[in-house]
Write a protein that binds this ligand. Structure first.
Ligand code: SF4
Ligand code: SF4
Length: 468
């Protein structure tokens, strides 16, 4: 049997040893990332019969959407935010810029919990309207823009008294970091203080941590990018140590790990945003809605709505027969936001019902604290929703195992997340003091919420269906 503590020590010692060389890895990834983003702009248009092996633009697209996005998302379960600390060229560039930048202290609006959520919604909606998954130009604009922001934020912000580079972008704004951070709470890896001090602020712009964690107070995974800078194996009481843990345990005991209402709202909204970003491509109702909105706008004399919108905002590729106008922009973004708000309302109601029923069964805490904790049960369903919805190119290659294998893989993945969400709900209710016999009733609304998410994903898994 594998000794988890010994395995953690071996991995920790390895990364501490190679830590001085990580800069070379970052540079290599930076060059590779630049090539994936910008070389496709100089390659020939793909023609019928081209594959990722014969056309670099298709290759780059497959690497980004078929491998990188879904696998980095899923990797948080096994390795936490290792992508951020060990490989991500955007985060590394931000930290480099911070070392030689203006080192202004980070403003309140950037430190707001709202900032990464707004950034996620903007990028997700823009990604759809601009066709980030379909068009090389869209990919260059979205990821090139993100990289530019990471460098600018790094250059501007840090802390004048800190001797180390800071990552204001990674901690406060990056939409990818937001996802990885939230889902890393479910992961099997954590960095724990060797000597924990509870009466400290959780946040500090001084010290060694690039994401401003006060390392002796660390009690949550989401902001830790696993850079190993605070790990000193030869000092028994200083810094953090790498540990393995049971998957999902931080969520089961979320009350001990700084739960946050913005995270819960993200789970609710993220499922809907991913669904909306996929369903507008599939449902005939979207076209009906678009037609109705267009007729209504023209009835008001808004003829500009039929004019082409700018290429930095929407897909504008006449050579590929796709030019979106303002009507497309408003309909796609409105449709996604409507789905996000719709799922948010439904899951808020199911979680509120769970919290109420738990309170009736004499669970501890207030209605709000139980609501906050129970909202985390949707984390697995939300993670898989994003993998299925935004990482669609991961699944088609599974057809080498049979025609239905891609669908079976999606169903299997969603089923695992569904069972895991219900299990987390069960455990959270246990942490709220309910014995097993009292848990089934408050668990039912959570099951209903996960079932509704599963039904909504039916279209993405089994293809378009006609709904009268
Ligand atoms: S937070 Fe974003 S920019 Fe920073 S390392 Fe992670 S993915 Fe890269
Ligand atoms: S807590 Fe340690 S490992 Fe995690 S980001 Fe901060 S310095 Fe890096």
């Amino acid at each position: 049997m594998i000794d988890a503590t010994r395995a953690a020590n071996v991995i920790e010692a390895f990364f501490v040893r190679v830590r001085p060389c990580l800069g070379y890895l970052h540079v290599a990834f930076f060059v590779y990332f630049m090539a994936l983003l910008f070389l496709p702009l100089a390659t020939d248009e793909a023609v019928l019969g081209d594959t990722p092996l014969t056309n670099f633009a298709l290759f780059s697209n497959y690497i980004m959407w078929g491998l990188w996005f879904p696998l980095v998302l899923l990797s948080v379960i096994f390795t936490g935010r290792s992508w951020c600390g060990l490989m991500c060229p955007m985060g590394a560039a931000s930290e480099w810029a911070s070392k030689s930048g203006l080192k202004r202290s980070i403003p309140w609006w950037l430190r707001s919990e709202w900032t990464p959520h707004v950034s996620f919604l903007i990028i997700t909606v823009l990604g759809q309207t601009i066709g980030v998954r379909e068009h090389r130009e869209g990919m260059a604009i979205v990821f090139g823009g993100t990289l530019a922001c990471a460098i600018i934020f790094g250059f501007l912000y840090g802390n004048a008294e800190a001797h180390y580079g800071k990552r204001a972008w990674c901690r406060h704004t990056c939409p990818i970091g937001l996802l990885l951070g939230l889902f890393s709470r479910m992961g099997i890896v954590q960095f724990t203080p060797k000597r924990k001090v509870v009466n400290l602020a959780r946040y500090t712009e001084r010290g060694v941590c690039p994401t401003m964690i006060n390392i002796n107070r660390k009690d949550e995974s989401r902001h830790c990018i696993e850079c190993f800078k605070c790990v000193y194996p030869d000092k028994p009481t200083a810094g953090l140590k790498l540990e393995f843990r049971k998957p999902g345990v931080e969520i089961e005991k979320i009350r001990q790990h700084n739960p946050n209402i913005m995270e819960v709202m993200f789970f609710f909204i993220g499922i809907g945003a991913a669904l909306g970003g996929f369903l507008w491509l599939f449902l005939e109702q979207y076209q009906t809605l678009r037609l109705a909105v267009g007729e209504w706008a023209l009835g008001l004399g808004w003829t500009w709505i039929g004019e082409a919108a700018p290429g930095w905002l929407v897909s504008s590729h006449p050579q590929r027969g796709e030019v979106y106008n303002w009507l497309d922009f408003f309909c796609i973004s409105g449709y996604m936001i409507a789905w996000a708000l719709g799922t948010c309302v439904v899951l808020t109601l199911t979680t509120a019902a769970s919290s109420f029923l738990a309170g009736e069964a004499k669970a501890d805490g207030t209605f709000y604290s139980r609501f906050l904790e129970l909202g985390y049960q949707y984390a697995p369903v939300c993670l898989v929703s994003l993998v299925i919805g935004l990482g669609t190119k991961l699944f088609p290659p599974f057809d080498v195992f049979g025609e239905n294998a891609p669908d079976i893989a999606k169903v299997a993945l969603f089923s695992v997340s569904f069972v895991w969400s219900i299990y987390l709900g069960w455990r959270i209710l246990g942490e709220q003091g309910l014995p097993p016999a009292e848990r089934p009733l408050p668990l039912i609304p959570g099951v209903i919420g996960s079932v509704l998410a599963g039904v909504s994903w039916w279209v993405t898994i089994f293809g378009p269906i006609a709904i009268e």
